[in-house]
Design a protein around this ligand. Structure first.
Ligand SMILES: NC(=O)NCCC[C@H](N)C(=O)O
Length: 258
């Protein structure tokens, strides 16, 4: 039976200093963010996930966005090399966490940059966004790490949003969902469903028909319900102010041998 473990990382007290690139900076309520983070973890646990806290990285304002620090494929963890220099120190704690779980560990090396938010896995296809945070060398290294394990790596331009997964994720049947105004190349994704809200494009697959998604996408939640899915809604407003979404607050591990 596949493991259902999820890595999460407690928000830094410096969260409000987190990076913003494609949105205007607005004030972040750090206490509220911590409450929202607790509720997010609760939602994972309520649906059978064991949450594992990565050692906090309090000097790194964006460290709560743990997804960006590692990419998992089967039992192999590829430690990212964030394109944002202020995020580079975040990877130390994640290395320890994945090694402790018995993963085989690989690294992205300079001049490569890669952030986990740019990587979308749909079965054995691994889409990787080439944009502000992930460069061509990073993509080549991802290919070298995962193609020998059976992955097919497909690269996609990303210019309108922070990461590939700020624009697209996928439903349990592999249909890619995205908000077209934020996408560079909708035709790249094969079976594709457009959704009416940007945050509606972000789903975390909790298992079965359950989709974890943000409260800021009510029309898309209705669309998913109509299609037979069960949205599990969490409010992540304070993270959205920093261009975070539901996907970036955890790393789900399903391919562990343990
Ligand atoms: N995977 C993600 O969507 N990560 C969000 C990162 C937001 C953070 N403020 C950053 O700019 O790096």
């Amino acid at each position: 039976m596949p493991s259902k473990k999820a890595l999460v990382r407690r928000p830094s007290p410096r969260l409000a200093e987190g990076l913003v690139t494609h949105v205007e900076r607005t004030e972040v309520d750090v206490d509220l963010a911590v409450e929202q983070w607790e509720a997010y973890g609760e939602a994972l646990r309520d649906h059978g996930w064991e949450t594992i806290e990565v050692e906090p990285a309090d000097d790194c304002p964006d460290s709560v966005f743990v997804e960006d620090t590692v990419v998992m494929y089967k039992n192999v963890a590829l430690i990212a090399r964030p394109g944002a220099e202020s995020r580079r120190d975040e990877t130390e704690g994640i290395e320890e966490a994945v090694a402790a779980l018995g993963c085989s560990v690989n690294w992205v090396w300079a001049p490569g940059t890669l952030e986990g938010g740019d990587v979308l896995k749909v079965g054995d296809t691994v889409f990787v966004g080439r944009g502000g945070r992930t460069n061509a060398a990073g993509i080549q290294q991802l290919r070298a790490a995962f193609e020998p394990l059976g992955a097919r790596v497909v690269s996609a331009p990303v210019s309108k949003v922070l990461h590939l997964k700020s624009a697209v994720t996928a439903l349990p049947d592999g249909t890619v969902v995205g908000h077209i105004p934020k996408m560079d190349t909708p035709s790249l994704f094969g079976r594709f469903l457009p959704v009416p809200e940007e945050a509606g494009a972000h789903v975390v697959l909790l298992g079965g028909d359950k989709l974890l998604m943000a409260a800021s996408a009510p029309k898309t939640a209705e669309l998913y319900s109509d299609l037979g899915y069960e949205p599990v809604v969490v409010d992540i407003s304070e993270f959205e102010k920093l261009e975070g979404c539901v996907t970036c607050l955890s790393v789900r591990l399903r391919g562990l041998y343990a």
